[in-house]
Ligand binder design. Structure first.
Ligand SMILES: Nc1ncnc2c1ncn2[C@@H]1O[C@H](COP(=O)(O)OP(=O)(O)OP(=O)(O)O)[C@@H](O)[C@H]1O
Length: 375
């Protein structure tokens, strides 16, 4: 486990962060400039805090009071950046062997196994300039792994890749997680990207870890807004119930309700999936509606009403919290006020799987998004 409690001031920016990363993968999520990379640099030993303590698996890496500061090369912490930072004059094999030669590169992961895991065999003789961005990232991962890290820090490793390449690299990251069991801290400002690897998040804003935990809990407690990154207005943690191939839907349980959402036949019953839903895609009625083509009709109670950008945001307790957006006229017409019984009408195709949106890193997941996540 990585445990960190540090203060580092650099110009006008101060990192004053506490983090406990004990999950197989911890996602660091926050907007640009919030301090995610600085936090990784502190853990890796590339930036020295003025005060505090950093501990990995019980070993003290840094302790300002005791004057301990283990140099980066003795920490056995791997760091992979968005630009792979390979040595241009070495072949792929040379770059990988450099990983093996570094202090601590004591063969925890064998060369051939890593080459197999990351499917690098056909590339071994090539120079970095002859590789695609995705291939270069695979080599950078391999080089890091061969230095036998106890922890792998990934600083937006997919940020410089187009969507197709991102999708190609992710399975390799999953392999590292599943087959090597190496703990990772994964930095991104794309929630969709992080969710491919983990739903354990630490939210970073203005140099602090403002909240941490499982996404489901952070959503339920309304903490996601603290990351100050655009996220879909509704994020629902849903559990797969089954599939209806004829209706083209997958059925998902959320807060005691069963929702019909676009079918993803590969998902297994009981599996958790995160669904994004725009507030504007939730229509409201005061009575159950008969004879409608809309597949989801969910009863709930209004728990909050307020104006937002000229429309009305209606917070509803429907087993899970839901946010709807209606016009001021509709709000008055339906007499929507706290305590009112409502029915939420939602088309199946209004739901998006949060992991599906390759969103270029703004966390919006392809679904409409809001700076203000008040679901
Ligand atoms: N060497 C430095 N000297 C002074 N300030 C720095 C230095 N490096 C980073 N900063 C500042 O520290 C703050 C945090 O930067 P950091 O790179 O950690 O943020 P980040 O969350 O990783 O951002 P991004 O997502 O854009 O990579 C920023 O305001 C940045 O300008």
């Amino acid at each position: 486990m990585l445990r960190l409690d540090v203060v580092l001031s650099r110009g006008r920016f101060t990192l004053a962060a506490q983090l406990e990363a004990d999950a197989p993968v911890t996602g660091l999520f926050g907007r640009s400039g919030s301090g995610k990379s600085t936090l990784l640099a502190v853990a890796a030993g590339l930036a020295r805090p003025q005060r505090g303590r950093v501990e990995l698996d019980g070993e003290v890496l840094f302790d300002s009071e005791r004057g301990i500061c283990l140099p980066a090369h003795r920490r056995r912490v791997g760091l992979v950046f968005q630009d792979s930072q390979l040595f241009p004059h070495y072949s792929v094999r040379g770059n990988l062997l450099y990983g093996c030669r570094r202090p601590g590169g004591n063969g925890v992961f064998r060369f051939d196994d890593i080459v197999d895991l990351l499917e690098l065999a056909p590339l071994l003789q090539a120079r970095p300039r002859q590789l695609s961005g995705g291939e270069r990232q695979r080599v950078a991962l391999g080089r890091s792994l061969l230095a036998a890290p106890r922890l792998l820090l990934l600083d937006e490793p997919l940020a410089s890749l187009d969507q197709g390449l991102k999708a190609q690299i992710l399975p390799f990251l999953k392999r590292i997680k599943d087959e090597l069991g190496l703990p990772m801290v994964y930095v991104s400002h794309s929630l969709a990207e992080i969710l491919h690897l983990t739903d354990r998040l630490a939210l970073v804003a203005e140099g602090r870890v403002v909240a941490a935990g499982v996404l489901q809990r952070l959503v339920a407690e309304g903490r996601l807004a603290e990351a100050k990154v655009a996220v879909p207005e509704n994020i629902l943690a849903a559990s797969v119930v089954g599939h209806d191939p004829e209706g083209g839907c997958t059925e998902m349980a959320v807060g005691g309700q069963v929702l019909r959402v676009p079918m993803q036949a590969q998902r297994r019953a009981g599996e958790t999936a995160y669904l994004a839903l725009a507030a504007g895609d939730v229509a409201l009625a005061r009575h159950a509606v008969a004879g409608t083509s809309i597949q989801n009709q969910i009863g709930g109670r209004v728990v909050g009403v307020r104006e937002f950008n000229g429309a009305m945001r209606i917070a509803i307790d429907a087993g899970a919290p839901l946010l709807a957006e209606v016009s001021r006229h509709a709000c008055a017409e339906l007499d929507l006020r706290e305590g009112a019984q409502v029915y939420c009408l939602i088309k199946a195709r209004s739901f998006h799987y949060l992991t599906d949106g390759w969103d270029g890193g703004d966390g919006s997941s392809g679904a409409p998004s809001s700076q203000e996540n008040d679901a």
